[in-house]
Design a protein around this ligand. Structure first.
Ligand SMILES: [Zn+2]
Length: 777
């Protein structure tokens, strides 16, 4: 059992980390040095001398960042619609490539031929009991200059919906997640042969048509309910930042939890001439037609729904009583697409490492948008460009990075991470051998630092974020993020933020370009951004514009500069560290928590099943409040077998011991020089550590996803599932699969611990193992 071990070693870890990390908020002197003992200055993975040099390098980098560049570039890059395949997208690529080259990077544009269907027909009509034709368009808004630009503009649509022409009764399915269909079934509402209308939220959008089709629905309408995304949240655009009545959310509905990227070329780069699936064989396309609509268009449909009143939690912010249907509302939905291949263009810019050219730090942000995309993705993109300009400028005085730095501006992220995924698939062997870390950003805003990633980088990114000042509060961004968690976090987050001096980072599911790096290749990754104070309502809409961003996103681009500083310091530190700054106790602690969660999940599942069966036995299962309503009792559940989690407990115990041994050895790097040969061998072990968490066979039913600790949920989409092979088998009640997955997850953790041990042995061969040197009592 490991359930009592985390507290014991968390204590030891904290002591060592405190010795490594500068005290929070310590006053800085004129040179920016913190006022405390010199050994607290050490950067993870650097000697004392090089820590000092590194801080000087980073100060030179940070001094060059200019907000004016971000504003100018955003104005330019978001002036016209720039989705994949568009002429403005091509012009943006040319512009960025010229900039990177001018800043001193070896720059190339790498192209892929990918499937990107664009709509040629979209109609939605209410036929009964009254007639109504949906607008399906986002009109001009006063003060939003690009909202009048219509050339090459895509209307609201869901990418990778199949073509369809369907007529049927309407059913309201809330967020359209599996649990919602259980509630509908209990109320006797069938969706077989019907068209469902689901509100956005509660899951990634692609889950909604997938689950609807599994329940026999023939069409799926997605809408933005004003309660979640509209006037319920605050004043709507242009008065405030929130979604106006005619605003709709475009977005991909490909089955991304199966695999992201081009639907026709899973596992291989979509180069011209490569073998492609026929469209009929493409498993990530939807099974039924899907269309997103605004709440202005949804209201007349929802008004005509009869049947039972929707449960309280299902009611949104429209001024009507929410009913489930089916009917009497009857709708006719048609969508048809131009199913052509378009050219996706990634900009790849390299700064070759002087000492370790074959160890790469890759930094990326996508450049394509649904329409103008000032926030998504240009706010993150311009921060990355400014970061690259400042890094490039460092070379003008003769400096070269130790490791190779690669900047990437990805195309076709919006339809499903196509640019990054195809690049990763095309260069899988080389990237698997060379990339030590991938650092991602996407949209940026005002507020608090949000970090997700591999937990082996948790201590590292904490140390980086202590050196970056929040532009509003003039405290380290890490302190502001902790304060925000104590204020706004869940009970567990509040407790953790109070107890710890550092910031715990979240595990990554999916939703941006880190997925292929982390979950397909097993490259340790970070995702960075600022958020929390911008207010939004323009996500994936035509109103995501420069005008909106300047007013509500990040006026003055102070947080854009702060993102550039945070990610840039991270990239420079990763590129320069003598020993890659991976630290494993945070990973061990996180995995220990995940295993505890699995145990709790088993217990609660067992209790829930027993409770349900008891209610059925007693015949007192909750009755419908309205006696005229149909009420169908749920099916009996079987029993939950005892699952042996011991292999995972053993692996966590071992992992903790390995991580605890490695940490003080890494600390010794600060004071004792290592031979170049040892340093290189340690770096090789550490850079490949995350790879140990993958298996070539991948996860059950989705072999593209090879990481066995972090994956997007098969039924939640973007939301992460940790130890996914085991967790999802339990959630689905597939006990034999769960039993088979436990030893596989345990084995990857053991392999990971092997890598840490090898790195520790290498360090210990040159420096005395601190754990072995005991002071006499
Ligand atoms: Zn984005």
């Amino acid at each position: 059992m490991t359930t009592n071990s985390p507290a014991r070693w968390a204590q030891a870890t904290l002591v060592v980390l405190l010795a490594l990390l500068p005290a929070a908020g310590a006053p800085a002197d004129q040179d920016g040095h913190h006022d405390h003992a010199p050994d607290a200055e050490h950067l993870l993975g650097f000697s004392a001398e090089n820590s000092l040099r590194q801080r000087q390098l980073e100060a030179r980098f940070a001094a060059q960042l200019e907000a004016g560049n971000l504003s100018r570039w955003m104005g330019r890059l978001s002036a016209r619609p720039h989705h994949v395949g568009s002429s403005q997208g091509g012009r943006n690529v040319e512009f960025m490539a010229r900039q990177f080259a001018y800043w001193g990077f070896e720059t190339e544009i790498e192209e892929f031929e990918v499937l990107f269907p664009t709509p040629i027909l979209r109609t939605l009509k209410l036929l009964e009991p009254v007639s109504f034709t949906a607008e399906l368009s986002e009109g001009p808004i006063r003060g939003d200059s690009t909202s009048t630009v219509t050339q090459e503009r895509l209307p609201p649509f869901n990418a990778y919906s199949i073509d369809g022409d369907v007529t049927g009764e309407l059913v309201y399915v809330n967020y359209g997640v599996p649990a919602d269909y259980e509630i509908l079934a209990r109320r006797g509402v069938e969706v077989e042969g019907k068209i469902v209308i689901a509100r956005y939220g509660g899951s990634w959008r692609g889950i909604k048509p997938k689950v609807a089709a599994q329940h026999g629905a023939i069409g799926c309408i997605l809408y933005s309910d004003p309660r979640d995304d509209g006037y319920w949240q605050g004043d709507t655009y242009p008065v405030g930042p929130y979604r106006p009545a005619q605003g709709a959310q475009s977005g991909s509905v490909a089955d991304m939890p199966l695999f992201p990227g081009d639907p026709l070329t899973p596992f291989v780069g979509a180069k011209p001439g490569v073998e492609r699936l026929a469209r009929q064989e493409a498993s990530t396309l939807t099974k039924i037609p899907v269309l997103p609509i605004s709440y202005a268009d949804a209201r007349p449909l929802m008004e005509q729904l009869g049947g039972p009143v929707a449960p309280a939690a299902w009611r949104g912010g429209l001024p009507l009583t929410y009913h489930l249907g089916p009917g009497p509302a009857k709708v006719h939905l048609t969508v048809a697409f131009d199913w052509r291949l378009v050219t996706a263009k990634n900009v790849i810019a390299r700064l070759r490492g002087a000492q370790r050219p074959d160890e790469w730090i890759v930094r990326g942000n996508h450049h394509d948008a649904w329409t103008f995309g000032a926030k998504d993705p240009v706010s993150g993109l311009v921060a990355m460009l400014e970061e690259a300009r400042a890094v490039g400028n460092l070379t003008k005085t003769g400096w070269r990075p130790r490791r190779t730095i690669v900047y990437a501006a990805w195309d076709a992220e919006e339809p499903g991470l196509l640019g990054s995924t195809e690049w990763v698939e095309e260069h899988a062997t080389e990237l698997g051998a060379k990339v030590a870390v991938y650092v991602n950003s996407d949209s940026n805003g005002r507020g608090f630092l949000a970090v997700g990633g591999s937990h082996s980088l948790e201590a590292f990114i904490n140390q980086v974020a202590r050196d970056v000042e929040d532009p509003q509060k003039q405290i380290p961004v890490i302190e502001r993020a902790r304060a925000a968690r104590i204020l706004h976090g869940s009970a567990a987050e509040r407790e953790a933020a109070r107890q710890r001096l550092d910031l715990a980072i979240g595990a990554l599911g999916s939703g941006s370009d880190y997925s292929p790096f982390l979950q397909h290749l097993g490259i340790a990754s970070l995702n960075l951004g600022f958020r929390g104070e911008s207010g939004g309502g323009i996500y994936h809409s035509v109103y995501d514009s420069f005008d909106h961003y300047q007013r509500f996103g990040d006026p003055g681009f102070a947080y854009g500069v702060t993102l550039a500083q945070t990610a840039g310091r991270a990239v420079l530190r990763l590129a320069q560290a003598e020993v890659l700054p991976f630290e494993f106790t945070a990973f061990a602690r996180s995995v220990s928590t995940y295993v505890d969660e699995l145990r709790t999940l088993l217990d609660t599942t067992r209790e829930d099943y027993a409770e349900l069966n008891r209610k059925l036995d007693e015949g007192v299962f909750e009755a419908a409040s309205d006696p005229t309503e149909t009420f169908v009792a749920p099916r009996r559940k079987g029993s939950v077998p005892e699952l042996d989690l011991a292999p995972l407990d053993t692996a966590v115990e071992r992992l903790s011991a390995s991580a605890e041994r490695y940490l003080p050895l890494l600390g010794e790097v600060a004071t004792r020089p290592l031979s170049a040969a040892t340093r290189n061998r340690v770096n090789r072990q550490v850079a490949a550590s995350e790879r140990a968490l993958t298996r070539q066979e991948g996860l059950p039913g989705r072999p593209w996803y090879r990481h066995h600790i972090y994956a997007p949920g098969f039924y939640t989409g973007y939301g992460v599932k940790t130890i996914p092979g085991v967790r999802e088998a339990i959630e689905q009640g597939d006990w034999s699969l769960a039993a088979a997955q436990i030893p596989l997850a345990a084995a990857v953790l053991q392999r990971y611990a092997d890598r840490i041990d090898r790195a520790a042995d290498l360090l210990a061969s040159e420096i005395p193992d601190p754990a072995a040197v005991k002071s006499p009592d």
